[in-house]
Write a protein of this length. Sequence first.
Length: 463
Amino acid sequence: MAQQKTWGGRFSEPTDALVQRLNASVGFDARLHREDVDGSIAHARMLAQQGVLTTDDAAAIETGLLAIRAQIDAGTFVWSEALEDVHMNIEARLTEAIGPAGARLHTARSRNDQVATDIRLWLMRRIDALDGALRGLQSALLDLAERDGRAILPGYTHLQRAQPILLAHHLLAYFEMFDRDRGRLADARRRAAESPLGAAALAGTPFPVDRFATATALGFERPVRNSLDAVADRDFAVEFTAAAALAMVHLSRMGEELVLWSSQEFAFVTLGDAFATGSSIMPQKKNPDIPELVRGKTGRVFGDLVALLTVLKGLPLAYNKDLQEDKEALFDAADTLGDCLDVMARLLPACTFHPERMRSACDGGFVTATDVADYLARRGVPFREAHHVTGRLVGWCIAEQRTLPSLSLAEFRRFSEAFDEDIRTAVTVEASVAARTSYGGTAPDRVAAALTEARARLSLQPA
C-alpha cells in the first residue's frame, strides 16, 4: 500500500512518479536527522511546558524520537522516498511507534520553520568542526615554521624572484590567512545562531509557544525576530559558503605553491610518498596529486556559492520549494572544505624542504637589488635616483654576467660615489633578510617573535 502523504487530504490523484522523485529530498537531507530529532524534542518539551501537549505525550514523543535516533545510528532505519524528506520520515515512524501522540508533535510547527531550524543547527555544528580543522592546519604551519623556518628562499612577485625571505615568514603568511578564515566562519556562525522554530509556515502560530525557550534549549542565541524572514531566507548559508570559498582560495594558493615548489624546476620541497601518486605509463613520475586536487576542488565550492545565490535571487517571500536546493550546495561546500583542510594538515608534516636549493635560488635574479637602492637612499640619494642608479647597475651586471655580491667597491662606484666599503656586506642575502626589521618583516628576530605570538594566539583561542 502506498504511504499516505501528510499533506494529501485535499488531493484526489496520487503523485506522479517522476514528480515524487524530483520532490523528494530524503536522499540528501537524511543527514539532518540528528538536528531534526533534537529540534523535535525541544519543541515537544516546550509544548508540554506551555500546556499545549500533556507531559505523557511529550515523554512518549521524546522516548520515541530517541529510539528512532538509535535506529538511524545503527543503520536499521528504513528511509522512504514517498515520505519526501527527513522530517516526514521521522514523524511517520514516530507516529507508527507511539500512536496519536506522534501525530501531535507537529502542533504549532511547519516543515518551513522545522527545516530552517535543522539547517541552521547543522551549520552551527559544522562550523565548529571546521574551526577545529582550520586550527589544526594553523598548528601544522607553526610546527613546520619552527622545524624548517630558518631556511632562506626567494620571495616572489609576478612569479619572479624579488627579495629573500625566511621560510617561516612565508608559512606565517598562510597562518594569518587561515586566521581570518576562522574569523569569517565565526561571524557566519553568529548570524546563523538564531532559531526559526515557532515561526511556523510564515506568519507565526496562535498556540502559546515559547520561542525563546526552544532557542535556548537548542543552543541558539535568540529566535529570528520576524517569522517571514525565519523561513524565507538562506543568507546564513550563502555567508558560510562565501567564507568557505575564500578559505578554499587560500588552500588553493598553498596547493599551487607546493605544486610549483615540488617540481624539478624549483626543487624546494619533496612531498611525502603518502600524499603523491605515480604515472600509469612513466615509472619515474611522482605527481603532487593532493595539492592539485585541493586546487581543483576550489572550483566546486565556487559553484556551490553561485548555486545558492542563484536559488535565492528571485524568490518572493516567504517559503518556496526552490529552497530545497539549498542543502546539496551547502553540504558539498562544508564537506569539501573539511576534507581539504584535513588533508593539507596531514600533508604539511610530511614535506621535506631543501634549504640549500632555496638558498641557491637566491643567488640569481638580483634579489638584493632593493638593498642597493635602500643603501643609497640612507646616504641621502633621493630614492627615485637611487632606484635608477641600481637599475643601471643591475643592467650592467646582466650584460657582464656578474652578481651584486661579486662586485668590488670600485665597480660599485662606477655608478655612484655614494657607495662605500660596507655596500659589499649589505648586498648579501643574509644581510638583506636581517635588515627587514619593520613590524611584520622577515628579519629573524621579527619572525621569531611572530612565531611566538602566533603560537600564543592559537593557544588562547577556544578550541
